[in-house]
Ligand binder design. Structure first.
Ligand code: MN3
Length: 199
């Protein structure tokens, strides 16, 4: 794999006032980049250097898994949020599936809020599509874990590590989640992921 970080999909101040430029700077240049730097160093003389990031995650444990997964999770997070997002998914396949599985978009947002707020310690909240059960689910993972597998297709994620919100909201994770869920969720990204499920 190429050990350079892809650029942010928006300007560093573009999420203001919901997520500050200072948070995005630290989050991207220190945390996200830090995981990539550590992964690069850990794989210095390792045949896994030639693998894709996804292959490295599948075949590694411990520090190498943690750094690889955190690189992947953060790239996915930066795409899961966007400035001036539409507040709801537009009419279409994902919206139909949301209404089937949760009743409404509002109920899905409430479930995301509950799961993300209730996740103990550091981790991630996810909207995923279960290919076996053919349904959407909201789940959380701890630390660097992610739900990526043959049966589980991630559609969007919310970072609930404290570094994602502490500078802006201190210990009030709920206020950060309100801002993300009401103003920043990139429904077009979730729709594109949902559309890639195959059949
Ligand atoms: Mn983070």
């Amino acid at each position: 794999m190429d050990f350079t970080l892809e650029p942010l999909p928006f300007a560093e101040d573009a999420l203001e006032p919901h997520i500050s430029q200072r948070t995005v700077e630290f989050h991207y240049h220190k945390h996200h980049k830090g995981y990539m730097t550590k992964l690069d160093k850990a794989l210095e003389n390792d045949e896994r250097r030639a693998m894709s990031l996804e292959q490295i995650m599948r075949t590694s444990q411990g520090g190498i898994f943690n750094n690889a997964a955190q690189v992947w999770n953060h790239s996915f997070y930066w795409q899961s949020i966007a400035p001036s997002s539409s507040t709801e998914p537009s009419a279409g396949a994902l919206r139909d599936q949301i209404e089937r599985d949760f009743g409404s978009v509002a109920a899905l947002k409430k479930e995301l809020h509950t799961v993300a707020a209730g996740a103990f310690g550091s981790g991630w909240a996810w909207l995923v599509f279960d290919r076996d059960k053919k349904c959407l689910q909201v789940i959380s993972t701890s630390d660097a874990e992610n739900p990526l597998s043959d049966t589980c297709l991630p559609l969007l994620t919310i970072d609930v590590w404290e570094h994602a919100y502490y500078l802006d909201y201190q210990n009030d994770r709920g206020a950060y989640l309100d801002a993300v869920l009401d103003k920043l969720i990139n429904w077009e990204f979730a729709e594109a992921n949902f559309g890639s499920q195959g059949s």
